[in-house]
Design a protein around this ligand. Structure first.
Ligand SMILES: [Zn+2]
Length: 291
């Protein structure tokens, strides 16, 4: 972990790496830790803003102050949860910058994929595909598609600093919530493996919590943790707990109970993944071993 202070005041732009400054929004919660961290990339004539955050006047003012006289070449969103993208439109209005990053969620699938956590107003000027780049004065941002936490999640690599902006895909302080139907555990695991195979990233800057200085080690640990959860779920079913609401209190003993509903969503995501692999089956809300 980077030696970043966790008691930073809001509204200040902290330099956290060459070319990277961080502005913390005042939206702390059990899901956002100390709040959403927006990053400003570039120290020359043009900058990019990653995850502008919630549409909050104090945070917008802080971003505008930190941008100063620089031209904003791009406002980049990792995904469209409400703590990440709603400030994109007002910031674009103030700066004239294009919104370039994740795709808007496709809602025409079987049933609603978007719940109250999503920002339905997100309208990108350009979707940054995997491997596509945006360039500015002394910096490049490359899209790294990482579906799983949400279907539209994308990370941004900054090769000049060996940095990867990981949004909510990989965070040091907590595991990522994977909530079906938009969240997808099989996709999430594939996206973890994808990051593990990227040896060029020396530091991660997540949207919440401290920077991660040994990123591949953390990602390997997370893959192991998810596999362990999967085994734990199979054991729960084996011991006769068929409902997610029966499994969660056993699996998440000692975890803040406010997080149990979200934990239940992650258990469901694992079960769907196991179901697709033929390991478990369900009738209504009851799960059983399929083999
Ligand atoms: Zn999120």
């Amino acid at each position: 972990m980077a030696a970043q202070s966790e008691d930073r005041p809001y509204t200040l732009a902290d330099p956290v790496a060459p070319l990277v400054r961080r502005v913390l929004a005042r939206n702390p919660s059990p899901f956002t830790y100390t709040g959403t961290q927006s990053y400003i990339v570039g120290d020359g004539e043009s900058v990019a803003v990653i995850d502008p955050g919630p549409d909050d006047a104090e945070h917008l003012n802080a971003l505008v102050g930190a941008i100063g006289d620089a031209r904003v070449a791009a406002i980049c969103c990792t995904h469209t949860h409400r703590d990440h993208s709603p400030a994109a439109a007002p910031l674009a209005g103030i700066t004239g910058a294009p919104v370039i990053g994740c795709a808007p969620l496709t809602l025409e699938d079987d049933g609603p994929r978007a719940d109250a956590a999503f920002d339905p107003g997100y309208r990108p000027d350009r979707v940054l595909g995997d491997g596509e780049a945006i360039t500015g004065d002394g910096w490049t941002l490359v899209g790294v598609e990482t579906p799983g936490h949400t279907s539209n999640h994308v990370c941004f690599a900054l090769p000049e600093s060996g940095a990867l902006f990981t949004g909510d895909h990989v965070m040091g302080w907590s595991t990522s919530v994977v909530s079906p139907p938009d969240g997808d555990m099989a996709a999430y695991m594939a996206s973890l493996t994808k990051l593990y195979e990227r040896e060029e990233d020396r530091i991660y800057f997540p949207a919440h919590g401290p920077a991660v200085e040994k990123p591949r080690q953390l990602v390997r640990g997370m893959i192991g943790h998810r596999k362990q959860r999967e085994r734990q779920i199979l054991r729960q079913i084996g011991e006769g707990r068929r409902l997610i609401t029966e499994m969660v209190p056993h699996m998440y003993k000692g975890v803040d109970e406010r997080l149990w509903p979200a934990a239940g969503r992650s258990v469901l995501a694992h079960l769907i993944d196991l179901e697709q692999r033929g390991e478990v089956a369900r009738s209504d809300h009851e799960w059983r071993i399929a083999r």
